[in-house]
Design a binder for this molecule. Structure first.
Ligand SMILES: C[S@@+](CC[C@H](N)C(=O)[O-])C[C@H]1O[C@@H](n2cnc3c(N)ncnc32)[C@H](O)[C@@H]1O
Length: 208
């Protein structure tokens, strides 16, 4: 995990400006999808530099963003000056420093490829969401992962490839259902002319 954290700390200063069609598609998809849903109290897991926070907070009453990269959080804190937002430095593989049953929406974007054990994430999410709360997940598509696509960036002419874990569509769904979620929707998302879907999204609901 240390490798992933230090890679993001090293990537942070250029993350927002690098050419990155996955990041850009995720932003469009998240906005398009979540604009149709009502939400008030948001938990954003792996909030990074706050790319999606900016839009989420325009709609929500409050948001807590968790991320283990201090440098990514520094960017988010600079970008988003709002009393409605709290950013917390935390490892998602550990205990999350937020109250139980207190969010009606959780979002996870482009982060679960760095998480080996999905069950811990969905079990924790189940505790943190209120009844009927929803969880939006948008990740690099398993077909892209199988093709060899990984989070990576270039630094001083060298490609830095991050540690990633392969998760199938079934892995996400089974893990969420085991924790007590119901799958509401699943969608594949494409960048312009590509044959393979670039992203996959899921909307889960904590059963009442
Ligand atoms: C590709 S970035 C995505 C950031 C943001 N969600 C977005 O869509 O722009 C992945 C983020 O997940 C964070 N991350 C990865 N593994 C994590 C973990 N175990 N605990 C907390 N944050 C983690 C990284 O620090 C990074 O900021």
């Amino acid at each position: 995990m240390k490798n992933i954290m230090s890679s993001y700390n090293g990537w942070a200063h250029q993350y927002d400006n690098d050419i990155n069609p996955t990041r850009d598609l995720d932003k469009t998809v998240t906005k398009e999808f979540l604009s149709k849903i009502d939400f008030f109290k948001v938990l954003e897991l792996g909030c990074g530099s706050g790319k999606n926070t900016e839009w989420l907070i325009a709609k929500a009453d409050s948001l807590i963003g968790l991320d283990f990269s201090k440098k990514m959080l520094d960017l988010a804190r600079k970008k988003i000056i709002s009393k409605k937002v709290t950013f917390i430095n935390a490892d998602l593989n550990g205990k999350w420093p937020v109250h139980n049953n207190s969010f009606d929406l959780a979002t996870i974007n482009l982060t679960l490829e760095h998480i080996e054990v999905l069950d811990h994430i969905f079990n924790s999410l189940f505790m943190k969401l209120s009844q009927g709360g929803k969880c939006f997940v948008c990740e690099l598509h398993p077909k892209k992962q199988l093709e060899g696509s990984k989070a990576q960036f270039e630094k001083n002419g060298t490609d830095i490839v991050l540690d990633v874990f392969q998760h199938s569509e079934k892995d996400y769904i089974q893990s969420a259902e085991k924790a007590g979620f119901k799958l509401l929707t699943k969608q594949d998302w494409y960048s312009n002319e590509e044959n393979l879907p670039r992203l996959i999204s899921f909307l889960f609901e904590k059963l009442k």
